[in-house]
Ligand binder design. Structure first.
Ligand code: AMP
Ligand code: MG
Length: 523
């Protein structure tokens, strides 16, 4: 009989110190990296969607998702033999302030598995209370679970480092949520996503020990992380710790450059939401730029200060790295080399950003005037509400000989085409003139340039209104749209003529609808 045959090789919960208690009473957990905890048994689990690709990656047969056992294991109803689920202890800086202990309040790690020389941690999000649930219930609703499930897979297919998702299930239980924080809580369908990543360790996992002066446990966790996730860095030493920090800085930089490339706004870049592996993690009130705007954040909780707005993301990564540097400091005892690495980030980011933007513009060489070309474009994109994704995709159709006016080429990207007149029109014309001149210095043909641009400028992204449509349908038990978007987003750079309707500006009805532009953290 077919069974769930996973090669289980647990390390985190075997090699690191555990909390001595195993109940879920809220508490401060000290001198421990995690607490053993069992997922809540859902009353009536049912499958909403499964990722065949992730099944294969884990070495599972793609037909396995039809088994009751699969339903049970990945909804938390049944625990795989010889595994010991656990919730991680971590702290974090939230919106710029130290928040103390946070931890996996609604995520429960099932086990670690190995397949084809790769290690994966399987984690259920929304699987019930843990010692870290604070005043909340440990659960997740269908709405936020669909958003996480679809977006994490979409990010992967965009070529962006991210945690993945294996399955999405309904728990069969209802969960009370005040989505708009307006005092009108409603019952929503509870759901559970099985997330998958090499590791879910965050900056905050290290910060918590330093904040408590617990250098002993800090060292254990750092050594563990290097041994299993950065083995090429060598045996523990001050130099190794510095190389570790440097690599985390490099990976985090690469991640945020990708975010800026595709217009992804994470929404809650607290240090507990920063993966030590440089993965995009914790999909909450994220969003995708529609109108290009450096000042935009989808997160209603951040509406006033906009700390985590699109244009600030690279700076916030640096700020978060500084917190990580502080957390690692007790093992290194010297501030200077850590500061040097932070300085390197500061210098490397603008270069990496410019190189990325040149690719978006289809430019192979680098010229003096490119900095101006990029900043001028950013400015004019903001002046007239212009859809980022559609703009760059149409820009690839621009002809080097200037035979079609640029504004005409990208016409479809403007939310208010009638407003492209007067000064705004002049600004656009000037930019296209500069772009056209710049293209003359390139050897690429129009066709070659377009080919290159379409590899970095996605045609399809998970706009919030699209996710919301899938959510509304799924809420009535219709999962076809979840699957349609799942399939669509597997090939974000490809032309998909049969799915062309998703290559469109945000419709007017979605401009102010809840879940379609702004989102709350309530999930
Ligand atoms: P977030 O900003 O969503 O990543 O969450 C911040 C902290 O709140 C983490 O420690 C989460 O585990 C915790 N948390 C969020 N939602 C819940 C919930 N429904 N139940 C328990 N803990 C939660
Ligand atoms: Mg989080």
């Amino acid at each position: 009989m077919m069974d769930i045959k996973l090669k289980i090789i647990d390390r985190f919960n075997k090699e690191l110190p555990a909390d001595t208690r195993t109940d879920t009473a809220r508490r401060q957990v000290t001198e421990a990296c995690f607490s053993f905890v069992k997922p809540k048994v859902p009353s009536n689990p049912s499958l909403v969607h499964v990722s065949p690709e992730m099944l294969t990656i884990l070495g599972l047969d793609t037909t396995i998702a039809t088994l009751e056992k699969f339903l049970n294991v990945f909804s938390g109803a049944e625990i795989l033999t010889s595994t010991q689920p656990y919730a991680m202890c971590y702290g974090g800086h939230q919106f710029g302030n130290w928040a103390g202990q946070l931890g996996d309040g609604r995520a429960i790690n099932l086990c670690e598995v190995e397949h084809l020389q790769k290690n994966w941690t399987l984690q259920l999000k929304g699987a019930g209370e843990t010692p870290y649930s604070r005043s909340a219930d440990g659960l997740a609703v269908l709405r936020s679970s669909i958003r996480e499930y679809l977006c994490s897979e979409a990010m992967h297919h965009l070529g962006i480092p991210t945690t993945r998702a294996l399955s999405l299930m309904l728990s069969g239980d209802m969960v009370l949520r005040d989505m708009l924080y307006d005092g009108n809580p409603e019952n929503e369908k509870g759901a559970i996503v099985c997330r998958v990543a090499e590791s879910f360790i965050r900056f905050g996992n290290f910060e918590i020990f330093t904040a408590r002066g617990d250098v002993k446990t800090l060292k254990k966790l750092v050594d563990f992380t290097i041994e299993h996730h950065f083995p090429h860095l060598g045996a523990p030493s001050k130099e190794t710790y510095l190389r570790f920090f440097q690599e985390v800085a490099h990976r985090s930089l690469a991640m945020v450059v990708h975010w800026q490339r595709v217009g992804f706004v994470h929404g809650v870049m607290n240090t507990d939401n920063m993966s030590i592996l440089g993965l995009t993690i914790d999909y909450g009130p994220y969003g995708w730029l529609e109108g290009y705007d450096h000042g935009w954040t989808p997160n209603t909780t951040d509406r006033t200060h906009k700390r985590y707005r699109f244009g600030a993301q690279p700076q916030i990564v640096l700020w978060n790295l500084l917190q990580l540097a502080n957390a690692l400091y007790p093992l290194i005892d010297e501030a200077e080399p850590l500061e040097k690495i932070l300085m390197e980030y500061k210098e490397a980011y603008p270069k990496a950003y410019q190189a990325m933007m040149l690719k978006k513009l289809g430019l192979k060489t680098q010229q003096q005037e490119d900095f101006g070309l990029i900043t001028d474009l950013e400015a004019v994109l903001q002046v007239s509400e212009t859809d980022m994704t559609i703009f760059f995709r149409y820009l690839a159709n621009y002809k080097k000989d200037g035979s079609i006016p640029g504004i005409e080429v990208v016409q479809e990207a403007f939310y208010f085409p009638d407003e492209i007149q007067g000064k705004v029109q002049e600004q656009w014309e000037q930019w296209f003139l500069n772009y056209s001149n710049r293209l003359q210095q390139e050897a690429l043909t129009d066709v070659q340039r377009k080919g290159g641009m379409n590899k970095v400028n996605p045609k399809y992204v998970l706009r919030n209104y699209m996710a919301q449509m899938a959510i509304d349908a799924a809420d009535t038990g219709d999962y076809t749209l979840v699957d349609e978007l799942f399939q669509l987003l597997k090939k974000p750079y490809d032309e998909q003529p049969e799915r062309e309707k998703w290559f469109a500006k945000r419709p007017d009805w979605a401009r102010h609808k809840a879940g379609c532009s702004m989102l709350s953290c309530s999930s």
